[in-house]
Design a protein around this ligand. Structure first.
Ligand SMILES: NC(=O)c1ccc[n+]([C@@H]2O[C@H](COP(=O)([O-])OP(=O)(O)OC[C@H]3O[C@@H](n4cnc5c(N)ncnc54)[C@H](O)[C@@H]3O)[C@@H](O)[C@H]2O)c1
Length: 320
C-alpha cells in the first residue's frame, strides 16, 4: 500500500514511516520541516517539503505520490501557541486538514488516519476515559482536534472514505522534540543530560497516561491496513491509543533519573519545583480497550522499559 504520511519527518510520523517500511508498505512524506527533520527519515523515503496550508502544493504532492491511504500527523501542536495564535493554529490544523482531505478525494484515496488527542478532548479523567466521553476541549489546539474529527467524519460520509481518528494520550520516546512543551520525558532528559535540574510544575502530582512512540506508530499501521468490517467506509472510527495507566510527573522524573543512573550518569541534580501552571489537569487517562477490539492493538512497551530506551537514545544524541 502506498501511504502518504503528513508530518512524517516528525517524532511520531517518522516511527510510522519506519514501521510501514518494515511491514512491506511504501511510505512517502509530506512535511514543511517546521519541527520535523530529514534526519529522522531513511534516505530512500521520498520527502516532499510542503506546507499543508498551501492547497496547490498539497494537491501536487498527492498527484505525484498517488497514495492509497493518508496518515495525517502534520499539525501545529503547541497548546500555548494555540492560545497565543489561534488563527495560525486553525490555519494549520483545520484548513490544512481540509486541504489534505480535498486532495485525498480528488485522487480517490479512500482511507485517512488522523492523529487526534485524548488528552485535550476528555479533560479531567481520574479513571480511563472511553471514546464516548463527551468532548470538552478547553484550548484552541484541543478545539481543532475535535473539529478535525468532525471534518473527517463529514468527508467519510460524503465521499465514502474510511476515516480513523487515533486519540493519543501522552506520547514519548526517541526523536521527540525536547524544545516543545508536550514531551516532559524529552524535556527532563535534555535538562538532566546537560547537568541541569528538571523543573517540576507545582507539586508535580499531575497524573498522565504515557504511551511509547513505537506503540503509537504500530496503532497507525494497523489502522491504515484494517479490514472494512473493522473500520467501515463512510464512517469515522475514533479510538483511544494509550495505556490506561497513570504516572505523575514526580514519578516520571524519578524513573528518568534511575534510567540515567543505570547508564553511569550518577550525581544528577535534584529537581526544582516551579509554580503550578494554571489550567493543568490533575489527571488524564484514556481507556484503550476499543482499539484492542477493533485493531487488535495493545501497548507493548512498559513505561520503565520505554523510559530506559528513550534515555539511551537521548544520551547517545547528547554525545553527538
Ligand atoms: N506527542 C504527543 O504526545 C501527541 C499527543 C496527542 C496528539 N499528537 C498529535 O500527533 C501528531 C504528531 O505529533 P508529534 O509529537 O510527532 O510532533 P512533531 O512536531 O514531531 O511532528 C509534527 C510534524 O508535522 C510537521 N508540520 C507541522 N506543521 C506543518 C505544516 N503546516 N505543513 C506540513 N508539515 C507540518 C512538522 O515539521 C513535524 O515533522 C500531531 O498531529 C499531534 O497533534 C501528539
Amino acid at each position: 500500500m502506498r501511504v502518504l504520511v503528513t508530518g512524517g519527518a516528525g517524532f511520531i510520523g517518522s516511527h510510522i514511516v519506519d514501521q510501514l517500511l518494515a511491514t512491506g508498505h511504501e511510505p512517502a512524506v509530506l512535511d514543511d520541516l517546521s519541527t520535523g527533520s530529514r534526519a529522522n527519515l531513511p534516505a530512500a523515503v521520498p520527502l516532499h517539503v510542503a506546507d499543508i496550508r498551501d492547497r496547490d502544493a498539497v494537491a501536487e504532492v498527492f498527484a505525484a505520490v498517488r497514495p492509497d491511504a493518508v496518515c495525517h500527523q502534520a499539525a501545529q501542536m503547541s497548546v500555548s501557541r494555540s492560545v497565543r495564535e489561534p488563527h495560525f493554529d486553525a490555519a494549520v490544523n483545520c484548513l490544512g486538514l481540509i486541504n489534505v482531505l480535498d486532495a485525498a478525494v480528488a485522487r480517490r484515496c479512500g482511507r485517512v488516519v488522523f492523529a487526534s488527542s485524548g488528552g485535550v478532548l476528555y479533560g479531567e479523567a481520574t479513571v480511563p476515559a472511553p471514546e464516548d466521553t463527551p468532548a470538552d476541549p478547553i484550548s484552541p489546539y484541543g478545539i481543532t482536534k475535535w473539529v478535525g474529527e468532525r471534518y473527517l467524519k463529514f468527508y467519510a460520509a460524503e465521499h465514502g472514505m474510511t476515516g480513523v481518528a487515533l486519540r493519543y494520550s501522552n506520547v514519548y520516546g526517541p526523536r521527540q522534540n525536547p524544545h516543545g512543551e508536550a514531551g516532559v520525558v524529552a524535556i527532563f532528559l535534555k535538562r538532566l543530560l546537560a547537568g541541569e535540574p528538571a523543573t517540576i510544575n507545582g507539586d508535580g502530582r499531575y497524573v498522565r497516561d504515557y504511551v511509547y512512540g513505537t506503540d503509537v506508530a504500530r496503532a497507525n499501521v494497523l489502522a491504515l491496513a484494517a479490514p472494512a468490517d473493522r473500520t467501515p467506509p463512510g464512517r469515522l472510527t475514533s479510538l483511544n491509543i494509550g495505556t490506561g495507566l497513570g504516572t505523575d510527573v514526580v514519578g516520571i522524573e524519578g524513573m528518568i533519573r534511575r534510567a540515567l543512573d543505570a547508564r553511569g550518569r550518577t550525581g544528577l541534580p535534584a529537581p526544582l519545583h516551579g509554580p503550578a501552571r494554571p489550567g493543568d489537569l490533575r489527571s488524564n487517562l484514556v481507556d484503550p480497550a476499543r482499539a484492542g477490539l477493533v485493531l487488535g492493538w495493545r501497548p507493548e512497551v512498559a513505561l520503565d522499559e520505554g523510559v530506559a530506551r528513550t534515555a539511551a537514545w537521548f544520551a547517545a544524541e547528547a554525545q553527538g
